[in-house]
Design a protein. Structure first.
Length: 323
């Protein structure tokens, strides 16, 4: 594993919980980290912006208390997602708070900036940048990112179209540092497969929407449970950037999921005109077919741990033949 020891040594399962717009909150992050996986949230979820200070204070203090009570099984580090797009007028403010609280891991999206990376590096923090292709991967590394999140085909929300196997294989030809893989991973076997393909950790979002701690309406959670891969629609209509969304939420806004127009990719307005992205148009990945219940985050992680152990055992026993 090429993750720094400060992160790898505290993971009970090689997973980063993806930052989910609106959905991720301190309750979910604390539950994820306490269960032994990286919990994360977008800085923009804290509204008004002054709330971010409160969230970071709560997360750091509660995880410190958890660690003191569980010295043999401390919490995993947490992460904050920063949108490095020109439309984010909060970036400088939010970045200052990440430095203040020494956020262990920062995940940057929609742009890469050297000064952002330098600010996180100033206190020893680690930056992962999410990318959908090799071109963006190389740009992010050139700007000083420590690692990458490969957002492959099938991932929820903003996602690429490249097979995870192809994307990971190409990245590993020029980069041997920290690498997470996103794309329809929702089982312990999928987590092991991500590692087998060359990633250090799986990057999982959709499954955490269907948890008790997630800040999602019950209808959204139930739609995750009820849907399969066939219910995922790929479109750039809602934000200007291509992403995967639940068919049911698109239909609820009076739109035909099979005849969606294209949007101007320069307009990150997060509104379709009939429904607002993420609030009304629900993001989800193709791995939803493996999600069968709304669970506490800790119970979900425990399920994955058992599936992960079973998958490794099948390999060791030769029940899966590799040629």
């Amino acid at each position: 594993m090429s993750l720094p020891a400060s992160i790898a040594s505290r993971l009970r399962l090689p997973v980063i919980g993806a930052p989910l717009f609106i959905v991720s909150n301190p309750n979910l992050v604390i539950a994820q980290c306490s269960a032994g996986v990286v919990g994360s949230f977008p800085a923009l979820n804290a509204r008004p912006k002054e709330l971010l200070d409160e969230w970071l204070a709560r997360i750091t203090s509660e995880l410190a208390a958890y660690d003191a009570a569980h010295p043999d099984a401390p919490s995993a580090p947490f992460a904050v997602n920063q949108i490095v797009h020109r439309t984010n007028d909060r970036l400088e403010y939010d970045l200052e708070l990440c430095v203040k609280y020494k956020v262990p891991l920062v995940i940057t999206s929609l742009g890469a900036r050297q000064d952002v990376n330098d600010a996180i590096h100033s206190y020893g923090g680690i930056v992962l940048h999410d990318i959908i292709n090799v071109t963006f991967a190389k740009k992010a590394l050139d700007k000083g990112a420590d690692g990458l999140v490969a957002v492959a085909a099938g991932a929820g929300g903003h996602a690429g179209t490249t097979s995870p196997f192809a994307l990971i294989a190409e990245i590993r030809q020029f980069f041997n540092g920290p690498l997470a893989l996103s794309g329809a991973i929702s089982t312990g076997g999928g987590i092991l497969a991500a590692q087998a393909a060359g990633a250090d950790v799986a990057y999982i979002g959709s499954a955490f929407i269907a948890t008790e701690e997630a800040n999602a309406v019950d209808a959204y959670k139930q739609s995750i449970v009820d849907s399969t891969a066939a219910d995922i629609v790929y479109s750039n209509l809602f934000t200007g950037v291509h992403g995967n969304y639940l068919r049911s939420s698109i239909m609820a806004q009076g739109l035909n999921p099979d005849e969606l127009p294209h949007s101007d990719p320069t307009q990150m307005n997060f509104s379709s005109g009939t429904g607002k992205a993420w609030r009304d148009i629900w993001g989800a990945g193709q791995g939803v077919g493996s999600i069968d219940a709304v669970l506490p985050a800790a119970q979900l992680v425990a399920r994955w741990q058992e599936q992960y152990r079973q998958a490794r055992r099948r390999l060791q026993q030769g029940k899966i033949v590799l040629s």
